[in-house]
Ligand binder design. Structure first.
Ligand code: NDP
Length: 478
């Protein structure tokens, strides 16, 4: 039986979007000389015009960050730094609804997720790091070392505010100042965060936000006044950055792509597992670096899981991201939609079986129905490459050793999931899997206290938890 839902749209009246935005440099708004539009990917409506950061804008931001580091931030005690972080966290909570609506409009993700996941987790990152700021000597990091100084941070479009929080909170807690560039398609919540910094009375220049495209990111990476780069995004750009930073003294952490294996053993609780599979790949439209994008099913339960999965997928509500009933929102950009279409076409051409949920897609904007591919082999592109969309590749196995072999047969190593009733199965598989984060009987659970990061082409360094703190202190870790 299908339930009918009345539309339950969240109000846009809680936010105010300026027609034009400048950069946030040294505590002030500085208009750029060139601008580009940011759009709502669900409707293609132009939301605002954003400044395209030039090398000169980046230089001004780095100088402001250096001066703030030398004159104010590095001289404050951990306790004082912590107070600012607590203040920022509280203001983010107070303005949570604004952040959620703005994130959903600019990114296309459902309001249910921005409201219940992105925004609360972002505030939690500031609370968590506020707590550490005056207790670094108890965090197990080398506190005889100093902060790096000025940190350049470049973030992607899939979790715009959350990735900002992952980057800025530990950097400030450990005494660094920052120059951050949001992704070209999702700058608005970073610009609202700049207003929060002003509201919190953060000293000028401690946080600088320069908007722009890849050329702006490259200007940050190559600026000689930057001491450390923290990047989250594609493996391709991560490699470019690693090459640029290699001959310099800059420190570097990279959080790159993934092709997470979600392994279902024959003894798993099937109904719970199906929910976990759905959450693993369809959360945030599959725009998740640690998504469970390869489902590896034991043959004995494959038919049952697939039948229940398809039934469940037909109930996924695709549509207006501002509607509180929506499960799956819009694809973030025309470019990303083209990439998903290209890879799914390759899946069909290479012989995998395609099945998509029976849902009506809106006519404007960028949309893709939840889709699975069965009969996928290790050689298929859809088993090897990151699709970064609501598309699941299904493989099967007979023995546990075969499951591990398939799960590890990837250039990535970011995440994995295991579904089994047996603790011994879970512990054994966990020890064999080469992945930075492994979930058991759940998926896509995040906490500021839990370090996150990958092996192999998924990057290096950890973010979050005590491990993440050391990445922002000289000598403690790269
Ligand atoms: P990118 O890696 O290009 O973008 C990440 C960030 O880096 C953005 O802020 C981007 O700016 C910036 N950037 C782009 N080029 C450079 C450069 N040469 N030097 C410094 N910074 C740069 O990812 P895309 O947005 O292009 O997405 C491409 C693919 O990457 C996706 O399809 C997906 O597979 C993967 N991806 C993985 C993510 C992850 O979390 N692991 C996150 C996002 C994407 P701008 O946005 O202006 O281009």
């Amino acid at each position: 039986m299908n339930f009918e839902y009345a539309a339950a749209p969240e109000s846009r009246s809680v936010i105010k979007i300026d027609p034009v935005y400048g950069h946030f440099i040294n505590g002030k708004w500085v208009d750029g000389s060139v601008h580009f539009n940011t759009i709502n990917p669900a409707t293609e409506e132009v939301l605002s015009s954003i400044s395209l950061g030039s090398a000169a804008d980046v230089d001004a931001a780095v100088k402001a960050a250096r001066s703030a580091f030398d004159k104010s931030w590095s001289k404050l005690s951990g306790r004082e730094r912590g107070k600012y972080l607590f203040r920022i966290a509280r203001i983010m909570q107070e303005r949570a609804r604004e952040f959620a609506v703005l994130e959903t409009l600019d990114n296309g993700k459902p309001i249910r997720e921005s409201r219940d996941v992105d925004v609360p987790l972002s505030a939690a990152h500031f609370f968590y790091h506020a707590g550490w700021a005056d207790k670094l000597e108890y965090a197990g990091v080398d506190t005889t070392t100093a902060p790096h100084g000025v940190v350049g941070q470049i973030i992607p479009w899939n979790f715009p505010l959350l990735m900002l929080a992952w980057k800025i909170a530990p950097a400030l807690a450990t005494g660094n100042t920052v120059v951050l560039k949001p992704a070209e398609t999702t700058s608005l919540t970073a610009l609202l965060f700049a207003q929060v910094c002003q509201q919190a009375g953060l000293p000028d220049g401690v946080v600088n936000i320069v908007t722009g495209d890849g050329s702006t990111g490259s200007a940050i990476v190559n600026h000689p006044g930057i001491d450390k780069i923290a990047f989250t995004g594609s493996t391709e750009v991560g490699k470019l950055i690693a090459r640029a930073v290699a001959p310099t003294n800059k420190s570097l952490t990279l959080e790159l792509g993934g092709k997470g294996a979600n392994i279902v053993f024959g003894d798993a609780a099937i109904d719970e597992t199906v929910e976990g599979i759905v959450n693993g790949i369809f959360f945030n439209q599959g725009h998740v670096c640690c998504a469970g994008s390869r489902l590896i099913l034991q043959e004995s339960v494959a038919d049952e899981v697939l039948e229940k999965l398809k039934r469940r997928m037909d109930k996924i509500r695709v549509g207006d991201p501002l509607d509180k009933n929506t499960d799956l929102g819009a694809i973030n950009s025309a470019e990303q939609l083209a990439k998903i279409r290209e890879l799914t076409a390759a899946g069909e051409a290479e012989g995998a079986g395609r099945w998509s949920a029976n849902c009506a897609l809106p006519t404007n904007g960028f949309w893709f129905a939840p889709t699975i591919f069965t009969g996928v082999t290790q050689a298929h592109r859809i088993a090897r490459e990151e699709i970064f969309g609501p598309v699941l590749s299904v493989l099967t196995f007979r023995t546990p050793a075969e499951a591990i072999e398939k799960a590890n047969n990837t250039p990535f190593g970011l995440s994995a999931g295991i579904w089994s009733e047996k603790g011994s199965n879970i512990l054994w598989a966990t020890q064999q899997l080469r992945a930075g984060v492994i979930w058991a009987n759940t998926f896509n659970k995040f906490d500021p206290a839990s370090p996150f990061g990958g092996y192999k082409e998924s990057g290096w360094g950890r973010e979050g938890g005590r491990h993440g703190l050391s990445a922002y202190l000289k000598g403690s870790a790269k």
